[in-house]
Ligand binder design. Sequence first.
Ligand SMILES: Nc1ncnc2c1ncn2[C@@H]1O[C@H](COP(=O)(O)OP(=O)(O)OP(=O)(O)O)[C@@H](O)[C@H]1O
Length: 248
Amino acid sequence: MFSIAVNELYKTYKGALGPTLQGLSFAFPEGKIAGLLGPNGAGKTTTISILCGLVRGDNGEVMIHGKKQDAANRETIKQIIGIVPQQIALYPQLSAVENLTYFGNLYGFKGKPLLQKIMHYLELFGLEKSAHKEIHKYSGGMKRRANIIAAILHDPRLLILDEPTAGVDVQSRSMILQFLREYNRQGASILYTSHLLEEAQSLCEEVVIMDEGKMIVQGNPLRLIAEHPHCRNLEDVFLHFTGQALRD
Ligand SMILES: Nc1ncnc2c1ncn2[C@@H]1O[C@H](COP(=O)(O)OP(=O)(O)OP(=O)(O)O)[C@@H](O)[C@H]1O
């Protein structure tokens, strides 16, 4: 079964000069780590927002683990997906434990089992010593790690992350990538966006390169490199398909 299947998706924001998504189609089988790549403004965040049901597409169909993303399935899909947004979605004045308890409660988890899970993840993500520190006192990398924990408390089978490694130090990045590999090994599907193509090449079994709201090419990174003999790496493949022109 497909973890994500997007078919002919269109989106034009109200008041925008032009369309953001123009017939985007792609699909990933379950159990993969997949990358959604593209230049600034390609429509990656918009796509992710539609996948999660936070933004509505104008036209087209999105299927998540065989279920159509619509009002009838929204609650079921909410349980399937964990979303890590680009912006930190935590309350700055609350501690990590308070934030994570709040998010756990939203998914119906409570009491000691929830607290045990929170402490387990805080330890896994190297945050146990700062468990009761307010989030605004966290470094950028610590906030990113806490942001990921908030998305996995309900054990989502599909984890979607929007630039989870942007602007973090080497240690945090390495920890986050190690976690994603391990979470995938446990059976979850992962879709992530990044502008770091060396990272995407080593992490992803499958990538979609999109530009101007359309899918340009999809495939296994190493296979895409091999299919284009003048390309030495995924960055070369990316530039081959999206060109050198600067984007607004
Ligand atoms: N809420 C909105 N209202 C109007 N236009 C929007 C809105 N959100 C995004 N856009 C526009 O849609 C286009 C695609 O934006 P989006 O954030 O989806 O791209 P992206 O590929 O994630 O870019 P980046 O790599 O810079 O994060 C951009 O031109 C952006 O200005």
